[in-house]
Ligand binder design. Structure first.
Ligand code: 5AD
Ligand code: SF4
Length: 471
């Protein structure tokens, strides 16, 4: 049994990151013969992409994906730690699975993802959630076949969570959710330690993948007809800063654009590492989408300091305005936390003022959620939940107003759309995303799925557009 330790997870050792090729031991590749699996994913794109690796590993073992959780032989929960409600959802599901397991003794339940890296969670699983058969962490995703085999051999709860990262694994199999859009990891972990955030603990120190491995993956996607890649990392602008070389995010972006993949996206950006060179490269290449997620978190310089964000409101706005000026048509989205410990009415007013200035195209807004072991969870927090909810509501009213206003400006214009599939209205309606990452619904034939087409915008809503396909 290997259990997580926050103390170790916090350490940032200088050792060189070693690259290791994924290899599945031959002796276990029939383990899932005739059995079905179901993976439930919580959280961010990083987790969604990890689930694509998990699914492919299970299929190499002979398991078959099932769309019905209740009847599956193996259920894996790929969990998220970012806020309390992500935790609650996963624990709620564990409660449901306990009942399911009472009726189906042979059901196998596994848990992985960010919650698996939390000392407190694993402790609860050990003592209260015995229905969980095995646990593996974010640093040893590739060990899933072995962890599962150990459980099956011993029929005892198997927990293997590493707190220090280990090698960087290349060549993991992947079962991509889409045939035309793909996630490509460019780095793992984060060294920023924003005081509210659990990610540096659950995902470890920053480790960039080698450019050769990234470009090889992108070129294979181009060859397979993929239309879009999203370069993923907790803090993509810091790409390469853990190397000695001068090859940085702007160089990688440029090289990925030169593969001629029709669309390149990237997330998430930290304002601190966003360079002028990056802005230049994004403006220069038409296949780098003019859509940037630039989390601000707060509009108060005082709170930003307490959050450990390393920029002031003024510095953020300077960067924001520069991006708007240099990249034509750019859309900018953000994340904002309200109710950080000690946030006063005045601090909150600063956030509202910033939201009014930035007129974001999209914003994800959250109430601060204390996370175990982070620096902020030790700060005094005297604002009531009711007050925080009021602030969230007020902020949402403002950001929503601008989503609609920005969308309305597009009515009558023709936009390029990568068609994703049918929307919930059934067979005749399709949906896709514009280059500025706006969701658009329109009538069209199934044959358009996976293509980049022109759509004329006919109507604007707060969170989506309606349009007509232009032949
Ligand atoms: N409480 C609330 N929101 C948080 N986020 C990260 N940690 C917390 C927390 N403890 C938000 C940030 C981040 C997004 C992914 O989640 O806004 O950018
Ligand atoms: Fe993703 Fe962060 Fe949630 Fe982990 S904690 S799944 S990195 S959002």
């Amino acid at each position: 049994m290997k259990l997580p330790s926050y103390k170790e997870a916090r350490s940032r050792k200088k050792e060189k990151v070693v690259i290791e090729e994924y290899k599945m031991p031959k002796s276990i590749n029939k383990m899932g013969h005739n059995k079905t699996y179901y993976v439930k994913t919580y959280g961010c794109q990083m987790n969604e992409h990890d689930s694509e690796n998990i699914k492919a590993m299970l299929e190499e073992l002979g398991f078959i994906e099932s769309l019905d959780m209740e009847s599956s032989d193996l259920i894996i929960l790929n969990t998220c730690s970012i806020r309390e409600n992500a935790h609650n959802k996963a624990f709620g599901m564990l409660g449901r699975l306990k009942h399911l397991k009472e009726t189906r003794k042979d059901l196998i339940v596994g848990l992985c993802g960010c919650m698996a890296q939390e000392e407190g969670v694993v402790d609860e699983i050990l003592h209260k959630y015995r229905q969980v058969d095995f646990v593996f962490g974010t640093h040893n995703l590739h060990r899933l076949p072995i962890v599962l085999k150990n459980y099956l051999d011993n029929k005892k709860q198997e927990i293997e969570v590493l707190s220090v990262e280990g090698n960087l694994i290349e060549g993991m199999p992947v079962k991509r959710a889409s045939k035309h859009k793909a996630y490509v990891n460019i780095m793992y972990g984060c060294d920023k330690f924003c005081t509210y955030c659990i990610v540096p603990y659950t995902r470890g120190k920053q480790r960039s993948r080698h450019k050769e491995d990234i470009l090889k993956e992108v070129k294979e996607l181009v060859r397979d007809g993929y239309q879009e890649v999203t370069l993923l990392g907790q803090n993509v602008n810091a790409y390469g800063k853990d190397f000695d070389s001068n090859y940085k995010m702007e160089n990688l972006l440029e090289d990925v654009a030169k593969t001629n993949i029709p669309r390149v996206r990237f997330m998430t950006s930290h304002p601190w590492d966003f360079t002028d060179q990056m802005i230049e490269v994004i403006a220069k290449y038409p296949n780098i989408m003019p859509s940037i997620h630039l989390p601000v978190q707060s509009g108060s310089s005082r709170i930003l300091k307490l959050m450990g964000r390393r920029y002031t409101k003024e510095e953020y706005l300077e960067l924001f305005d520069k991006i708007k000026e240099k990249i034509p048509n750019v859309s900018i989205s953000t994340d904002i936390i309200v109710g950080f410990p000690g946030e006063t009415e005045e601090d909150f007013e600063d956030t509202l003022e910033l939201a009014e200035h930035c007129k974001y195209d999209n914003a994800f807004t959250f109430i601060y959620s204390p996370r175990e072991n982070t620096a902020a969870c030790r700060l005094k927090d005297e604002t009531s939940l009711k007050e925080k909810e009021k602030r969230l509501y007020k902020l949402n009213t403002i950001v929503n107003k601008y989503f609609l206003e920005n969308n309305q400006k597009l009515v009558g214009k023709t936009v390029k759309v990568l068609v994703d599939g049918h929307n919930e209205n059934g067979k005749t309606e399709l949906f896709g995303y514009t280059d500025t990452n706006k969701l658009i619904n329109f009538n069209g034939d199934e044959s358009l799925i996976g293509k980049i087409i022109s759509v004329k915008v006919t109507d604007a809503k707060t969170w989506s557009l309606d349009g007509e396909y232009v032949e």
